[in-house]
Design a protein around this ligand. Structure first.
Ligand SMILES: [Zn+2]
Length: 415
């Protein structure tokens, strides 16, 4: 498919900058969900929804949803979206790019009066970033029919419940638990990469193959606490020494795999934690992320073997491993990845497959719609900081890929 319809680069940039101005003045760029500043941002956003000719409503879970009717109202909708809330002192592009570029797609289709067979929906999801209520991706979880009463009862430090906060944002909380997942032909989200892989390889677009699984463990090692001055080096059971061997092994195993596999020891406690004592007890966490679950097994098998040899060599008395959490990997829809790759090719844009190591709204949409994502480059891989930057060129290239993908999807017969 060759496109003659082009997105408007200047309008995209101007809108991203306009939203950036709607920030807590003393700590740019801050527009936390559930604040007046957020409502102000959403109010401004609604003007873009109407300029794009969308019928706009606030859903039960306070997502802003704009619809362009299709020629055949029986066909499932093609949906695009992301979020405009930020972390404290976050950036101008995380989430925002996805919403503004989705709106650009709708606006170009509106202005060019392109007849779509399928309805087109643009969604600004409520509160994607970790909220003060202890939950992230609130709007997309609810939209995907994955909400619970327990979520509504979560509280912020001031004691307000999430249910009350959502009501303040215009949600109809009584209906949130009964949301029936909508019937979608496809959901697409564009996001900034938040890493350096695209920039380093000078690639225009990342086509997300899926969301990495996340496995977390708590490891406890017991050796023996002894006097650091009187116990000879060959007569110790130093639990911290054993831990360092295991930590190195975990990280080397992940690094040597040269894939999307990452493994991190982020927490460590030791006892007695004294300058003159051999540490007899250590607890640490392991977090592993990757799309292919067998890579997780690769790390944990290497870990298990090393633990056995430490026990055999009497370097430790005991070792226990407890799984703290286990989030399965979730691949993106394969045929949508092809549609997105074709759209890149049609525009002469280089592309590469990437795993998403972080969660996004699309992760929750995967459960109700064939879903896929594209990433655009982030300067120096920075995000969640005021320095976050994606160029006007990258933004407009991303919008063009979304536009062409929507037009292509509209012409593909429904499965
Ligand atoms: Zn985001």
């Amino acid at each position: 498919m060759t496109t003659t319809v082009k997105v408007n680069k200047d309008r995209i940039w101007q809108r991203v900058m306009e939203l950036a101005d709607i920030t807590e003045a003393d700590k740019p760029y801050t527009r936390r969900a559930f604040t007046d500043m957020y409502l102000q941002g959403r109010e401004h956003l609604k003007s873009y929804f109407s300029e794009a000719g969308l019928e706009t409503r606030l859903s039960e879970s306070a997502n802003i949803i704009g619809t362009r009717q299709g020629q055949d109202s029986n066909l499932p909708a093609i949906a695009l979206g992301s979020h405009i809330d930020t972390v404290i002192e976050g950036g101008r592009f995380d989430g925002i790019a996805g919403v503004i570029l989705a709106l650009e797609v709708a606006q170009v289709i509106h202005e060019q009066d392109i007849p779509l067979k399928h309805p087109l929906k643009i969604i600004d999801f409520l509160s994607e970033e970790p909220s003060d209520y202890g939950l992230s991706c609130i709007g997309s979880r609810a939209h995907g029919g994955r909400f619970s009463e327990a979520y509504l009862q979560m509280q912020n430090p001031e004691g307000e419940t999430l249910g009350e906060a959502m009501t303040r944002m215009g949600a109809d909380v009584s209906g949130v638990l009964d949301i029936q997942p909508a019937n979608y032909k496809a959901f697409l989200e564009l996001h900034i990469e938040q890493a350096k892989r695209l920039e380093r390889t000078q690639t225009s677009i990342g086509i997300v193959t899926g969301f990495a699984g996340i496995w977390r463990y708590s490891i406890t090692l017991e050796g023996q606490t002894d006097h650091a001055g009187t116990t000879p080096m060959d007569d110790r059971q130093d639990a911290l020494l054993a831990a360092t061997k295991l930590i190195s092994l975990i990280q080397e195993t992940a690094a040597n795999d040269k894939s999307d596999l990452v493994a991190t020891v982020g927490q460590l406690e030791l006892r007695p934690n004294a300058v003159n004592a051999v540490p007899g007890w250590v607890r640490f966490t392991i977090e592993i992320r990757c799309l292919d679950a067998t890579k997780h097994a690769l790390v944990m098998n290497a870990f298990g073997k090393e633990v056995e040899s430490l026990l055999d060599a009497k370097e430790l008395k005991s070792a226990t491993k407890e799984m703290i959490s286990d989030v399965s990997p979730a691949p993106c829809d394969a045929s949508l990845q092809t549609v997105l790759a074709n759209a890149c090719d049609a525009n002469g844009l280089s592309h590469m497959p990437l795993t998403s190591g972080a969660g996004h709204d699309a992760y929750h949409m995967l459960h109700v719609a064939p879903s896929a994502m594209i990433f655009i480059p982030s300067k120096d891989g920075r995000s969640h900081t005021p320095e976050e930057y994606s160029s006007p060129e990258s933004l407009s290239e991303g919008a063009q890929v979304l536009l062409d993908a929507v037009l292509e999807l509209d012409s593909i017969p429904v499965k």
